[in-house]
Ligand binder design. Structure first.
Ligand code: SF4
Length: 92
């Protein structure tokens, strides 16, 4: 799954990603309308993979740093990452 990152931004941790070889469609919304229940079910499967991932923290920090607006990274979806960034900004 992590192969979606361009080579120039790879940092080494992705070699240990639990999502290597996983179905990318679990981690990203389809290009058609996805009902809420479908999104929750899809994300739950992706998050279950993230939950056992040894590089969850660097993955999440990477996504936060590049402000990736799509998909599950580090066990969080785009909205959850935005909330985390906002909370960090408020915390100073
Ligand atoms: S935390 Fe999730 S998205 Fe990130 S590398 Fe691990 S399995 Fe992949």
């Amino acid at each position: 799954m992590v192969s979606r990152m361009p080579p120039d931004v790879r940092e080494g941790w992705e070699a240990y990603a639990a999502c290597r070889g996983a179905d990318t469609s679990l981690f990203f919304a389809p290009n058609y309308f996805e009902r809420r229940e479908e999104k929750l079910a899809r994300e739950a499967k992706a998050k279950a993979i993230c939950a056992r991932c040894p590089v969850r923290e660097p993955c999440l920090e990477y996504a936060l740093r590049i402000r990736d607006p799509h998909g599950i990274w580090g066990g969080l979806n785009e909205l959850e990452r935005r909330r985390l960034l906002r909370a960090r900004e408020l915390a100073g």
